[in-house]
Design a binder for this molecule. Structure first.
Ligand code: ZN
Length: 307
């Protein structure tokens, strides 16, 4: 199936109270594992690449890999930019064929974040591509953050409403208690804040830093308005664990495929586990369409028709 945008998928997720997994990929094996798990679980899926992944793999390789992967399956696949920190990066990805963008101005003063987020939305919306923006700051575990700092960086519901109105953002990444790059699941989310932001802002909300959040807290957050959950660290851990297993099992092996195939299998199982946690599995029928969608979305073409 051709790539689809994230717009209708996230609106559906909001209406139906599930979340779409947004899985970060850095190489071919990761793309393959994510796409195979999505196909088997009958779920829409967001494959996302960060600026770091673009530097590592190259923009054209990233787009090429994900397009080829999407063509192999009959579930909706979105190609999303994760944490684009400039207007220019977003325009480059728009031109390269991304079907979903993110502008992250969360480190900037509020007014600058509003201004650049709006510029990105304005240009992307001309060609029908939705934009995720970020308000509040999801901090990084490697910077040694304290609970007080996490709390102070959280998204304010009233400001979120104003931010969405002024920028036109299609979805909003929120700081609600998670931290990027956590290696173990310890964090719990501020559910009442998520509920308040959803009610005020009215757009699908995005959870970053999910790898460090307890499963029950993720599930509860989805009930209250989280519609896209980013997963990166958990996949990287699965990948590296596979390589270590490979080295131990075959210490004299010189064929890297012996190691990488274990990594690929590990990622596939990690993705499957998250898809089921997010309750996005078993949503897509054999013709690539959402199963019995709610009435207001019935006419939307998600690109699943035969060509
Ligand atoms: Zn993030």
């Amino acid at each position: 199936m051709s790539l689809v945008t994230s717009k209708e998928i996230l609106q559906l997720a909001l209406a139906e109270r599930f979340a779409v997994g947004a899985f970060n990929a850095n190489n071919m094996e990761m793309v393959q594992a994510i796409i195979e798990a999505a196909q088997e679980e009958r779920t829409p899926v967001i494959l996302q690449v960060s600026q770091g992944a673009i530097r590592y793999a190259g923009l054209d390789y990233a787009v090429g890999l994900v397009k080829i992967a999407a063509d192999q399956v009959d579930v909706p696949v979105v190609l999303h930019l994760d944490h684009g920190t400039s207007y220019e990066q977003n325009v480059l990805c728009l031109r390269a064929g991304f079907t979903s963008l993110m502008y992250d101005g969360s480190k900037l003063p509020y007014e600058e974040n509003v201004a650049i987020s709006k510029r990105v939305c304005d240009i992307a919306h001309i060609v029908g591509i939705p934009v995720e923006a970020e308000l509040g700051r999801v901090l990084k575990a490697t910077d040694g953050v304290t609970p007080e700092e996490v709390e102070a960086a959280m998204t304010g519901p009233d400001q979120a409403k104003e931010f969405v109105e002024r920028t036109g953002a299609d979805s909003l990444a929120v700081a609600v208690g998670s931290v990027h790059a956590m290696k173990s699941r310890q964090a719990t989310l501020d559910i009442s804040r998520i509920e308040a932001i959803r009610q005020k802002a009215g757009v699908p909300l995005v959870l970053h830093g999910s790898s460090g959040v307890k499963h029950e807290s993720v599930a509860e957050a989805i009930e209250h308005g989280i519609c896209k959950v980013n997963v990166a660290t958990y996949l990287n851990q699965a990948f590296v664990r596979g390589m270590r297993e490979g080295f131990e099992r075959h210490p004299d092996e010189v064929d890297p495929r012996k190691y990488l195939s274990i990594s690929r299998e590990n990622i596939k199982e990690a993705v499957r586990e998250k898809i089921r946690l997010f309750r996005s599995n078993d949503r897509i029928d054999s013709s690539g369409r959402f199963k019995s969608p709610p009435r207001q979305y019935r006419s939307i073409d998600l690109g699943g028709s035969e060509e």
